[in-house]
Design a protein around this ligand. Structure first.
Ligand code: ZN
Length: 326
């Protein structure tokens, strides 16, 4: 191991890179990212192959050392399930084999001799968008990730809003339908049970439950199948897209009351269908906005789709912090 390697100050002033590490239950992806948002090296390892976080991070260090990519690192941004950004610890993550509390930032700092930040994926996406994506030069925006759930990161007055416990901007769990669908959080009617890839499939299942032939026709449809079919003129799928856009657009109109954004940046599989969906969301948002905000808020799609947004976002959090501290 190269733990003894001293920090080379001269090199650090030449060019700075940040290491982004996205730890998932199955796979950990990591990458070295330049200040311009270019991923200069990226690799994947199996999380389950490492009994402890220490071993996993030591392996990443070894791989990067062999490529001489350690010297110019400014810091390490880490995304992980059940990550607490306030304490820098992973706390009781059900999807990881590392049990209890894991002081991931401390471990990373000991191994890499660089500062480490733990950040949740929704906030990492927002910072990625701010540094390298659609929200460059934008001081007030909300990024919305439409994936398995709905994650959101909020920038107000050029600051990422974290709140007292780090949970500010959890728009996915704002309840939009009274006594609606049961959510993973244990409550009912949360936005993410409707506006997410999972939500879209739930809508299909609900709407076809009593019709055997329809059930058969749309068997095994994922969200992207529904969106593709809608674009190809399928009536039922188009209704589902419209319904999803209506619920999301309505919600975005309400969120504007407390974040007053210049733009919403939509990210994730559903958003990737592009203008087709965002235009519908925009219509429903405009129809429900406060008069003073009408025609003032843009809905755009992410510019990070074509790259590994998790690596970019976690790395971007290092650059962002260095800018804020400067
Ligand atoms: Zn919920």
């Amino acid at each position: 191991m190269g733990f003894e390697r001293p920090i080379n100050r001269a090199l650090l002033t030449m060019e700075h890179y940040a290491l982004g590490i996205d730890i998932g239950g199955t796979t950990t992806t990591f990458g070295v990212v330049s200040k311009q948002g270019e991923i200069i090296f990226e690799e994947e390892i199996k999380t389950k192959d490492y009994e402890t976080a220490n071993l996993l991070l030591a392996q990443i260090h070894t791989i990067l050392s062999e490529k001489s990519l350690i010297e110019n690192l400014l810091g390490i941004g880490i995304g992980a399930p059940n990550g607490n950004s306030k304490t820098g610890q992973i706390e009781f993550a059900p999807n990881l084999q590392w049990k209890g509390i894991v002081a991931i930032c401390k471990i990373a700092e000991d191994i890499f001799l660089r500062p480490a930040i733990l950040i949740n994926d929704a906030n990492a996406a927002a910072i990625g968008e701010k540094m390298f994506g659609a929200a460059r030069n934008c001081e007030n925006f909300v990024s919305i990730t439409l994936g398995t759930g709905l994650g959101s990161g909020v920038f107000i007055n050029n600051e990422l809003v974290e709140g007292q416990h780090g949970f500010a901007g959890e728009f996915g769990h704002i309840r939009v339908i009274p006594q609606g669908r049961l959510c993973g959080c244990g409550r009912k009617g949360c936005l993410e049970t409707y506006a997410s890839s999972t939500g879209v499939v739930k809508t299909l299942n609900e709407w076809t439950v009593d019709n055997l032939s329809l059930k058969k026709k749309y068997k095994n449809f994922h969200a992207h199948d529904i969106f593709n079919a809608a674009q190809n003129g399928d009536d039922l799928c188009m209704k589902i897209v419209n319904y999803t856009a209506e619920i999301l657009g309505n919600a975005l109109a309400d969120f504007a009351c407390f974040s007053d954004p210049q733009m919403y940046v939509l990210f994730g599989g559903i958003a990737q269908s592009g203008d087709f969906f965002t235009e519908k969301v925009n219509q429903h948002m405009e129809a429900n906005l406060l008069k003073v905000l009408e025609n003032k808020i843009q809905i755009v799609t992410s510019q990070l789709h074509h790259q590994n947004a998790a690596v970019l976002g976690t790395a971007a959090s290092i650059f962002w912090r260095s800018i804020k501290k400067a």
